[in-house]
Ligand binder design. Sequence first.
Ligand code: TEU
Ligand code: CA
Length: 578
Amino acid sequence: MNKTWWKESVVYQIYPRSFMDSNGDGIGDLPGIMSKLDYLQQLGVQVIWLCPVYQSPNDDNGYDISNYQQIMDEFGTMDDWEQLLEGLHQRGMKLIMDLVVNHSSDEHAWFAESRQSKDNPYRDYYIWRPGKDGREPNDWASFFSGSAWKKDAATDEYYLHLFSSKQPDLNWENETVRDEIYRMMTWWLDKGIDGFRMDVINLISKDPALPDAYTHDPGIGTMPPNEEQTYHFGGQHFVNGPRVHEYLQEMNEKVLSRYDIMTVGETVNVTPEDGALYTGEDRNELNMVFHFELMGVDSGPGGKWDIRPWRLSEIKEIISKWQTMLHNKGWNSNYLNNHDQPRMVSRFGNDSVYRKPSAKMLATLLHTLPGTPYIYQGEEIGMTNIRLSAIEDYRDIETLNMYHEYKDAGKNLDQIMESIYVKSRDNARTPMQWDDSAQAGFTKGMPWLTVNPNYTEINVEEALADPDSIFYYYQRLIELRRAEPIIVYGDYTVLQPDDEQLFAYMRSYEGQKLLVVLNFTDQAQVFLLDEEVAYNQPELWISNYGGDHGRALAQEANMHNLRSLPLEPYEARVYRWQ
Ligand code: TEU
Ligand code: CA
């Protein structure tokens, strides 16, 4: 396996709107991020992924870009951005930028031209079709509710938007569009950035016939065609579409391969087999992908908002499948939350009594699996989901569109709010909690989204003052990754895959071994080891029940030759031996 810096790095994701506000307008900004670079350096992360900071009308918080080569006014200036890049590089950190090129904003100059007339030179930059029998060209649903088509008055034709109607899909069939995108990417790379996170990059190629979804097999996807719905998930016609690998190989040849950078594609509805195609080291496409399989474990057949409990055996099965498929072939990315997902401690851990141990337990998983770990801002202090009682306090377009669609369909409002509390993207987007002063020290004004009231307890200042904090546990995991090649390059074998309480696996590398045992429950558990492991008298290396407790346990375990391993609620232990 090739050794590279991006396999050995830990990535920290910043959602600029919610990270730090420098001027009191309630919106996080670039100077705000600048003021926290020492904090990031103290944590020890090597790479920062910055969510979109480009010019945007903010229909989808920057994922609708009206100019790819300018900075959003609310976030600052290009000069601020240059200083940020320099500040990171000076501190030995790298910067990767979000690349959102499946769609642009409808306020992008290209779209303003495109909608003018059917023979405008930019017409073909987007996907236009005439209506069919007085309706949309096909039955595809938008990811953000309703139809994926919108009729435009100027020419009386419809344009495709897989996301919001202010996010028209770019037409990748058009070579001029691809060249424009490659030129823009080169322009950023020449400024010295260290890579890209590519938004929904596996949706860029659509079947040009744009067939209806419903008349075909349900296929893959979390929103299977449903007779009662007017619009259906059309994924089989645009998820990993016909030319996607051709486009990525072209992009790699013309742009990516010319720089020492890292790339991670956000890829919805991909299987490990698809993952191997996108990340295969001999395929010259991407370095890593974010898959969504773990993000679906608590959804029922009705999709994202149809909440059901997750099962640990399913989580293990998904992780092991990806590990096996990409072994010696591609590379995994490990995340349990981001700006689109609920907070991981609320979702997979316990955000009340066991908040700290469970946050550390989940961190142990993310940082001891093969693959590059991604930390989402606030995860390192164990930030949690939020419950806002009024729908008016939510800001996310996906949440709001769903609410209105379900309400119009006569669904029970309390039930909709429950789904929102569990799954809304705004759970992750509440402002970063820096200290226990007003608005958590995020802003001197009114924040654009409510600060989680638990900021008085959960904040950076508190974490930095407590030697046993989640923050310092992350710091230690990040250091270990830097120091110990087994964490990065060791093989992975899952143990007892059907157990619903404990997640255990082995890592091995050049004669060394690690055993990771994670208790996913709020009960004490016992893990039974086979004789071979016990015989080798492993030493306890990492534990989230730190301090004297950890040492006492280690002695006890060594004394008992480690046959049966008692675990506290949400305890994580890593043993090592030669
Ligand atoms: O997300 C793609 C995507 O399909 C989902 O994550 C989506 O946001 C939704 O939450 C699924 O329920 C990417 C970005 O990460 C997201 O913030 C953007 O809204 C979206 O693309 C459009 O650019
Ligand atoms: Ca601001």
